[in-house]
Write a protein that binds this ligand. Structure first.
Ligand code: SF4
Ligand code: SF4
Ligand code: SF4
Length: 306
């Protein structure tokens, strides 16, 4: 398997686990959550982002494209971008002065990543932070690479959090367990049919892996995107609590992440459609109610937000 592609490295993040963190986002994900606010994270390859609102219609990309993907209309009011033959060569990004074109995705050596992450060690130590590996889905990348990255960060005394959907072979978790402090484990739906409809696959593997991680003594924070139309209802929360209790899953923290559509604009930039009519944001009252349900069930650390 080729080295993973990374689509973002976020320094000084305070949303991806405890303290101040460097978050490394890997590109490629086996799921297709309808609300995904990083659609650029889903494919396992580089992609070209076209921000139409930044295009000044200068025409430089028309001349630069060997595949003739960029065609201005006859009136010069619009640039048509047909991705069919685009091989993501990056020529248009090089000539575009308005940042309307951007190649998304880059490879890094493990040395480069460890060096970048280690620069902020002092901040991690003072804040209880560290490095989070996120995505896309980190647990379906080249696991030789991921295991070595985790081992090297761990060797530096850096605490590692893994942000995962849990949809991967359990053996992949086994390989990084010795180096991982916390798994930020997403649970999105308990009903397999709802899971299939909104996330693209059923949830059997995800729930099984959660149980096995807990049995193996992993540190687990559960993260729940709370989405109206998908899981913002008592049936979901009751079923989740039953599952956690019946399987004796040890959870250190639960985060409730209210749905938002901030990633909506990114879909158009990638030539895709965002199906906004099927989802909505829960009210603050609803969020408070779900938090109370979990607290009543005995979970002490329940937070709203990341
Ligand atoms: S080079 Fe950039 S600004 Fe110029 S037409 Fe192409 S996308 Fe638009
Ligand atoms: S990335 Fe290359 S092939 Fe694709 S539109 Fe730009 S110049 Fe053309
Ligand atoms: S698991 Fe995460 S990255 Fe993958 S589709 Fe869902 S929200 Fe997007």
């Amino acid at each position: 398997m080729a080295d993973p592609i990374i689509f973002n490295i976020q320094k000084f993040s305070v949303r991806d686990g405890d303290g101040i963190r460097t978050t490394i986002f890997f590109k490629g994900c086996p799921l297709r959550c309808l609300w995904c606010h990083n659609p650029e994270s889903q494919l396992y390859k580089k992609e070209l982002v076209f921000r139409r609102e930044k295009c000044t219609l200068c025409g430089r990309c028309v001349a630069a494209c060997p595949k003739h993907c960029n065609v201005p209309d006859s009136a010069g009011h619009e640039l048509r971008f047909d991705r069919t033959d685009c091989d993501v060569c990056g020529n248009c990004e090089d000539v575009c002065l308005g940042s309307a074109r951007e190649l998304c995705g880059k490879k890094y050596s493990i040395d480069e990543l460890v060096k970048k992450a280690a620069r902020d060690k002092l901040f991690y130590e003072q804040s209880g932070g560290g490095v989070t590996l996120s995505g896309g889905e980190v647990m379906v990348q080249d696991m030789d690479y991921i295991e070595e990255l985790c081992r090297r960060l761990h060797e530096q005394g850096i605490r590692i959090f893994i942000d995962t959907s849990g949809h991967c072979p359990y053996e992949n978790f086994k390989r990084i367990l010795p180096y991982t402090d916390i798994f930020l484990y997403d649970i999105k739906a308990m009903d397999p049919e709802v899971h299939k409809k909104f996330i693209g696959v059923d949830n059997a593997l995800i729930l099984e892996n959660l149980k096995r991680l807990s049995d193996d003594g992993a540190g687990i924070y559960i993260r729940i995107p709370v989405v109206g139309g998908v899981n913002a209802n008592d049936v979901f929360f009751d079923s989740l609590i039953d599952f956690l209790k019946q399987n004796h899953i040890h959870v250190r923290e639960i985060s409730l992440l209210p749905y938002h559509d901030f990633g909506k604009g990114k879909y158009a930039n990638l030539g895709r459609v965002y199906e906004e009519d099927l989802m909505w944001a829960p009210t603050p009252e609803e969020m408070g109610h779900y938090k109370a349900l979990l607290e009543e069930a005995g979970y002490e650390r329940v937070v709203i937000g990341g």
